[in-house]
Structures are given as C-alpha cells and as structure tokens.
Design a protein around this ligand. Structure first.
Ligand code: HGY
Ligand code: MN
Ligand code: MN
Length: 396
C-alpha cells in the first residue's frame, strides 16, 4: 500500500508532498482508497461532505460500528506519514483481524477524511467539519484558493455536485466510536521510549488572517520618513507573535505570507499573513491573540498602515473520552497517554459528541509537516498491531 501511494503528489525536487483537496492528486488518492476497499469486499460510501467510508459489516442493519482511518491530503511539502499512516494502518489492521479469523459483533469502518490540512482553501478539517455541521456548507462553498477558485467550482471540477455538500447525520450515526491512528508530531513517545501511545487531548488552536495595508511607492526615491510600509508592521507583528508564544508557553507561527505588488524596488501596498496559534488552555490562546492584535494595531498607527484581522478557523480544547482512552491504554499493556498540539479530524468528531480516541506512532525526530517526517517500519508495524488489538477489543 505504501509503495502504491509513495509517488502520488511527491515533488521531485524536495521529496515533499503536495496533495491538496479537489486536485488531480486528490482524485488519485481517492481512487486508491476505493480500490483498497473494493479489493477487500468492503462497502464503500461517500458522505454528503465528501469523506470516503469503507465498512466491514453493515452499520445500517447491525447498529453503529467502530470506525478508524485518517486523511490522505498534505500540507505544502508535507511528509509521507501525516494522514496516510492512519489510513494504511487501518486497512492493514483490518487484514490482520481477518487473518485472526475474528467474528465481529459490530461493524468496523475505515474513513478517509477530505481536506484535513485545509492547505488549499484555508479551513482545516473541512471534510469532518461539514460532516458534523461545524462548518456551514455555504461558507465552505465560498472559500477560495490562492488562484481565486472557489471550493464549489473545485468540487464541480472534481465531478462532485456542490449543492449536495451538507452535514450528514446519517453517516455520523453509523459511528459509535472513532479511533484515529496518526504519526506523532512531536517527541513525546521518544521521551517515553514507547512505539505507540494514546492521546489525552488536543490543544485549542486556530488560524487568523492578518491583512496589513499601506501605500505602494518607489523604493529608491521615497524618504524613509514618508513611507507607509505594511512589511514593517508585519515584521514587528511576527516578532511579537514569537515573544507572546514563548512567554505563555504557547505556539504562534506566521507560515504563509503573500504581498503585493511583490517587486524588489517597490514598497509593498499590501501584506497578507496567516497566523497559526495554539495553547494548552483556551484562555491563554485568547489572551495571546488579543495581545497580538493590540500590538499589531499599535504598530500600524506608527507606520501609517492599517491592519485587519479575520478568524479563518478556530477549534476549542478537545479532551478525548477518558474511559475509552484508559481502555485503549490498558489493551495496549499500559501505553503512555499524552497530549498533542496538532489538530485532527478525531478532534472534530469528538467535539460533535462521538466517543473518540487517538493512537500515536513514534516519530524518531518529532519533525512533521516537512519531507523529513518519519516513522520506522518496526514502529509502524507496532501501530498496526495496536490498532488491530484496539479494534478487536471494541468490535468483538
Ligand atoms: O495543522 C495541524 O495541526 C494538523 O496537522 N492538521
Ligand atoms: Mn498535518
Ligand atoms: Mn494529520
């Protein structure tokens, strides 16, 4: 399975992945999922939000089942594991259960969520958010990519009917419990010296778009005192974000910036920068963003520029179901339990009231969202065995 996926959307120059929603690469990945499901005789469905599901057993007749899975899309220049490890491990765990000859007392489903990273249209987990009603379909349809193409038009391009995009309570009702396996995006399991761990919670996090507006002018002839340069306002804001995050033991990153007119010898008229911020507690995150907006506005006044801040997405603290988490840790012989600051579809499902847990597989460097993201084969195999053990415990 890994070999089949390895070339899809991979940049020959960086080795990183560019697998964005509603693109030819996304189409290939969806086709791969269909083939893996069909090959195993699973029932394939696509919910109204565009997420793929493959069921072993019929949750409409046999009652809600145990679902696992993850996503196949990536960030720009992402690693091979963030997302695909969870989907591949789900199929592999199912194969293991078939080999073990188990008899299910409830169905098992594999989900492949659409657009988890939000790399193209800006909102993370748009597939699971539309599914659960956390993202209004009208808002989703109106989201645009960097070329101005709307989500609705991209859906139509991919052969999907935009007007059918909607929450899907029936699809959700098929899921009693969801367990997502994911590569760890940190160094927690290295410190615990364990190949597999169980998630306790996801930090609150969000994305904010900062639009800094100034006045374009000549880089040579405009005196420094006569400028209204939004790049300065942005630069000071980026430094302030770093300082605010450090002092609060939180995280703040400006990882994406566009500017106009983007000429070496022109003062910019516009800088747009996206803040990704996260903290252990909701109050800390609120305080960080509020203080950053205050400092950006204050600096804009000094620079003769303006700043406008728009929330693009926001996710509260996710505390995974404690009895389920403890049950998984016990099934896995006392696996470590640890929090994460990375967002996941599992968090969206948990917030929607579904009993949800996550398994993490050790990442030997902790690096993620980079071509250097990695997991050793032995740890991936341990992840598959752990997922199979958990599914067997829950579904038999
Ligand atoms: O950005 C995130 O937290 C994630 O990896 N989707
Ligand atoms: Mn990710
Ligand atoms: Mn992921």
């Amino acid at each position: 399975m890994w070999t089949d996926l390895v070339d899809i959307g991979r940049s020959p120059t960086t080795g990183g992945y560019r697998r964005f929603a509603l693109t030819p690469e996304d189409g290939q990945l969806r086709e791969w999922f269909e083939q893996e499901a069909t090959r195993r005789g699973l029932d394939l469905t696509v919910d109204r939000a565009g997420n793929q599901w493959a069921w072993w057993g019929n949750p409409d007749f046999d009652g809600p089942g145990i679902a696992t899975g993850s996503h196949l899309d990536s960030v720009p220049d992402g690693g091979a594991f963030d997302g695909p490890l969870g989907v591949v491990s789900a199929f592999a765990a199912l194969d293991l259960l078939v080999l073990q000859g188990i008899t299910l007392s409830r169905p098992i489903g594999i989900a492949c969520f659409s657009d988890e990273e939000g790399s193209r249209f800006g909102v993370a987990c748009s597939g699971s958010r539309v599914l659960t009603g956390a993202l209004d379909p009208d808002r989703a349809r109106a989201l645009t990519d960097q070329d101005g193409m709307s989500y609705a038009d991209a859906m139509a391009w991919a052969g999907r009917a935009p007007h059918l995009l909607a929450p899907d309570p029936e699809a959700l009702a098929r899921v009693d419990t969801f367990v997502e396996l994911h590569v760890e995006q940190g160094r927690g399991l290295i410190e615990c010296k364990a190949p597999v761990g169980v998630a306790s919670e996801i930090w609150p996090h969000g994305r904010w778009r900062f639009s800094f507006t100034g006045r374009a002018d000549h880089a040579g002839t405009t005196r420094m005192s006569d400028r209204a340069d939004p790049m300065l306002t942005f630069a000071v804001t980026a430094l302030a974000a770093n300082k605010q995050a450090r002092s609060r033991e939180a995280r703040a990153t400006f990882g994406r910036v566009t500017l106009a007119p983007n000429g070496t010898n022109a003062i910019p008229s516009q800088v747009t920068a996206w803040l990704d911020a996260r903290a252990e507690a909701p109050d800390t995150l609120d305080a960080l963003v509020t203080e950053l907006c205050r400092q950006a506005t204050e600096r804009a006044e000094r620079d003769g520029t303006t700043v406008e801040v728009t929330v693009e997405s926001s996710t509260g603290l996710v505390s995974f179901d404690v009895p389920l988490r403890d049950r998984l840790a016990a099934v896995l012989g006392g696996a470590p339990v640890l929090p994460t600051a990375a967002g996941h579809d599992a968090g969206v499902l948990s917030t929607a009231g579904i009993r949800t847990a996550m398994l993490f597989v050790r990442n030997p460097t902790g690096i993620s969202h980079s071509p250097e993201e990695h997991a050793e084969l032995g740890d991936c195999a341990a992840g598959v065995r752990a997922l199979a053990d958990v599914l067997r415990d829950l579904a038999t």
